[in-house]
Design a protein around this ligand. Structure first.
Ligand code: ASP
Length: 307
């Protein structure tokens, strides 16, 4: 990429979102594509009206948490006991501010709670009931346990329980994430998930771990990961990928290199979206598919496979 093009990119705002990497069932591909496209659109609206990357990323992730097709918020996968346990993180590249939560069961929009933790507490991470209680204290909307459980997830869970569906082989990852660059040059990343299907109660994946599920630093860029948390966290995938941008000279190659590193060292299937400080886009995955969308100017490019 030449410097002229890079300079042009600095005048732009950018948002990239993902809706998980895995075996997206054929009959649902369209739903995932539409979901990520809409999420990118609402995030882009925030950016073009002069809003911050923080607001853009939160808006896009909230959209997907409320869309039951995705494994985040309503529609999250169920654990072995048939409950939803959600994890989320937000990282602000301006000051390395972060907030994250693990194992929440009642907060409607986990990414909002992550942001409140970042902005209104002196701590970085909360877990379980205490995190749900914190959400209540800050006036966030809580839901009943049944709000999060969709018929589709219940049916999948029953099939897994009866041994008709292998949770690992099927790999229905549809975690959500977003990264954005705003007009002030700030980058932000966020990721939100119900985790992996039929997980052990209490199991926590990569998503809420800084540098693993997401990372942002105005000097490096921003990244959000999805896929098998057990392998993603061993490689600290998001931070590792951002570290490769300078070496590779391009976020696309950096994302590919990070995924390859994970695959060769610890195996696993994952996907990454990356933005560099100039707004250049990096997308890579070693799963069969990944739902993604990003803006090219005012146009949204989207799909479940890189063209
Ligand atoms: N990374 C998430 C986890 O392991 C799952 C996903 O991205 O789909 O909890």
């Amino acid at each position: 990429m030449n410097s002229l093009l890079s300079r042009r990119y600095t005048e732009k705002v950018r948002i990239i979102v993902h809706g998980g990497a895995g075996n997206i069932p054929k009959n649902n591909t369209g739903l995932y594509s539409v979901g990520v496209k809409k999420a990118a659109e609402v995030g882009l609206d925030v950016l073009v009206s002069g809003g911050s990357a923080l607001d853009a990323v939160e808006t896009a992730v909230v959209y997907m948490e409320n869309d039951p097709i995705f494994d985040a918020g309503k529609g999250s996968v169920l654990n072995k006991d048939g409950f939803v346990e959600m994890d989320a993180i937000i990282v602000d590249g301006a000051d390395l501010g972060m907030g994250s939560i693990a194992g929440v069961r009642r907060v409607r929009n986990p990414v909002k709670l992550a942001r409140i933790i970042m902005e209104k507490t002196d701590n970085n991470m909360f877990i379980g009931n205490s995190a749900d209680n914190l959400a209540k204290q800050f006036g966030l909307r809580l839901e009943s346990l049944s709000y999060f459980v969709t018929d589709r997830r219940r049916e999948e869970w029953e099939d897994m329980k009866e041994g008709k569906l292998d949770p690992m082989r099927r790999s229905m990852y549809s975690t959500v994430g977003a990264v954005a660059l705003d007009s002030k040059g700030n980058v932000v990343a966020a990721t939100s998930t119900g985790g992996i299907p039929f997980k052990m109660p209490g199991r926590v994946g990569d998503t809420p771990l800084i540098g693993c599920g997401a990372y942002a630093d105005n000097e490096l860029g921003a990244a959000s990961a999805t896929g098998l948390g057990e392998t993603i966290m061993k490689i600290v995938l998001s931070k590792t990928a951002l570290g490769y941008i300078k070496l590779e000279g391009d976020p696309m190659r950096a994302a590919v290199r990070a995924i390859k590193l994970m695959e060769s060292k610890v195996g696993g299937r994952a996907g990454l979206i990356i933005i560099d400080p100039k707004g250049n886009v990096g997308i890579a995955y070693n799963a069969p598919k990944m739902a993604f969308a990003f803006n090219e100017g005012n146009k949204i490019v989207y799909g479940t496979e890189i063209p």
